[in-house]
Design a protein around this ligand. Sequence first.
Ligand code: CTP
Length: 451
Amino acid sequence: MKTVITYGVFDLFHEGHENLLKRARALGDRLIVGVTSNEFTRQRGKLLLADSLDIRMANVRNCPYVDEVILEDHYGQKVEDIQKYRADVFVIGDDWKGKFDYLKKWCEVVYLPRTPGISSSSLRTAPYPSISFGIVSSGRIVRRFLQEIDHVHGGVHVREIYNPHLESARRLAEGYPDLQAAESYPELLEKSDCVYIASPHETHYAYAKEALLAGKHVLCEKPLAMRRSEAEELYALAEERSLILMEAVKTAYCPGFSRLLSIVESGFIGEVKDVECAFTKLTDPQLRERRDRDHGGSFTELASYTLLPVLKILGTKDLDIRFESLLDENGIDLYTKTYISNGRMLSCGKTGLGVKSEGELLIAGTEGYIRVSSPWWKTSEFAIHREDPQDITSFHVDYAGEGLRYEIAELVDRLQGWHTSDYHLTREESITMAGIFEQYLAYREGLRGNE
Ligand code: CTP
């Protein structure tokens, strides 16, 4: 009995997959297929998937040449499986030629020619083969965005950049051969399928509105808006026109944060009673966020992050919200504590500019607590602690690069029509955040009046 083993993602199962499995089976008497888990697929750099794991495994199982389907979820598993299943032949498409020669120590390794002209990637991007992003602003985050978008694949390109200071956009575009500086915002909109808005906070709403009215999808840096009514209006506009509107609170889309929330939901630490987190930065006092009396300050700069776990866990209903700020001589808050409760759970989010504290997230429950190590907003390492100090369960989830790739991937996923849930950052959460910003700005005005 000769056992053949192969692995793959098998997204949108297609004839290339079937051909490969047929030829693999013909090399022996039994074919085992390892289907790669979503998380491991992402860890290996492929961020876009159309089918769920269940569907991918079922499609492989239903293929007449397959005898057994297993899950592949970690590095080194192929070595383990070959020994465990006593595989005689390891097969893979020749796009991997040479990459699995190390397995020759345990079995025969065969690279089969790929079926030309078909791949999961091409099927995944078929609805929207090329997606042109236009970027508004040429500030600090844009260079990061340009690096990150290259990791998403799926036909996304940044073609246009707009900044009212044309020179600044031109200077940035010079470093990127495919990038052009648009002369005006309407010109950028005209040439783009979707826009990434990373301009100063107070301009987000107007840019987003104009883009939606022009029929463009929008990924907008946080805060989307500083008034609840503005955020509501933007989401209504997007809905009317069947456009995607996403607020780019990057933590919301990163895999570690999603895993953390799932663990909280599963009741692993009992009922949650408290959420505490901090995001503080020591920044140059000359920067906009330290000088702009109207829109600067630690809250407007950082609270989108600290509000995220609070709203995710406490929800958006019946919130009692209170602030405490320390203002500098210009009336800018250098340090703010935001207390939110809903009658069942308490929370405190701390934001600081020019004040430094530990950037961790603590979620306290009736059976233990979760501690997410600093920087918690790039969620990667966290641990569950219980009464017994020795009883600790640790987690590690990869956080790749600058983390923006996850939100971009989600947008592409939705654009291609594969994504159906808005679990990562719901419209209601985003609107609630805008409302809390509005409340905070009113509170800060009051505080200034008292001084
Ligand atoms: N395969 C093939 N011919 C194709 C596509 C895939 O022989 N036209 C093979 C791959 O080489 C691999 C197996 O099918 O051995 C599973 O492929 P998968 O991991 O799903 O890759 P792709 O279909 O190439 O997906 P993607 O476009 O996302 O890379």
